[in-house]
Design a protein around this ligand. Sequence first.
Ligand SMILES: *Cc1c(COP(=O)(O)O)cnc(C)c1O
Length: 409
Amino acid sequence: MSTNFKAHDMAEQQIAELDKQLLRRKLRITESPCDIKASVGQRELKAFCSNDYLGLANHPKLVSAIAEGANLYGVGSGASHLISGHSIAHDLLEKKLATFESRYIPNARALFFSTGYLANMSAITSLTRLAEQGEASIYSAKLNHASLIDGVRLASAQTKAMVTLFDHQNLDSLENGLKQDTRPLKLIVLDGVFSMDGDIAPIEKLLHIAEQYDALLMVDDAHGFGVLGKQGHGILEQSQVHSERIIYIGTLGKAAGVSGAFICAAAPFIEWLIQKGRPYIYSTAAPPAIAHTLLTCLELIEGAEGARRRKQLSQLIEIWRDEMTFSIWKKTASSTPIQPVILGSNANALTVAKLLDEAGYWIPAIRPPTVPVGSSRLRITFSAKHSVDDLRELMKTLRIIEQKIEGAP
Ligand SMILES: *Cc1c(COP(=O)(O)O)cnc(C)c1O
């Protein structure tokens, strides 16, 4: 259908082009709470695709806590944090979050955000503004999450910061860049656990490099918080590093099962973020009831229940690592609940995702630009609520589908 409305035609053409390249994305509507079984279009599917690693998103204690929070504080915060939206629930949460990371970041203070995307945009743009125009350098890992990439792009547009990309598996390019860099402010930015591959960044080595070249090290632990470390405090606990140079980002909508994110860093950086973090300043504070719910959530994460759930995850990861082999597809070496199966082309990924759907599984195909071209994949994720039998059944189904594809003409 053609109209005289140019933008409308352009939108339709662009979407048709995405369809042609097998890159069109589709929303699917769930009819049930986030859990290992999902009702989608009146069908029940076994879900191996959420980031609810600890299985807390539908935890009865958290469901009660959010109701209690709404009774205490109502449903909306009513304003941004700096106007009147910063409640005692937010303050208590920030104090508790700071204790999670204070063993690894001396003089730690935490700041709560309504999303990880906002936290990353705020942190990168405000930290680069510590330097004069053109005086900051950002070193960003090639496979970083889109929210880091967008934060880097915005920071470089605003402050003319120099941007260098590096390969997190091979830190030579990072060191080579830093060696020649005379700018007064250097910021290294990367995922703690890479979201589409599941591998863990080499934090000790990175910190060593940051110290040697006087850089800040910003780690986005969206997939490590709650999962890594004995108490679930994340990648810093797991690697037992210790430095005021670390800017830690944790998100609270994945393993924590609720919503939101936080930045934990040495106090002056947090104070600066409050002054200059535009996405923080100009956005309505998340409902205090969410902050209240998260207080209960943090107790679950660091307590015995969290430990039990992390143990279950480790068992699932171990079985997958030791027992799952493919003949035409590829696994990555991941010791986290993110376990990709690399299928190559978009067409392959869509075919396999469809066969999985027909077998009663929900594991969507992940395609560019989320992953590099030619590495379309299934991103399988485990939840502590999955049993060993659930996993073995999935493995059996995947083997059958792989054989079917291999045998096809
Ligand atoms: C999901 C994710 C984010 C964004 O967090 P939200 O709270 O969902 O906005 C940031 N970084 C990484 C690595 C992520 O995977």
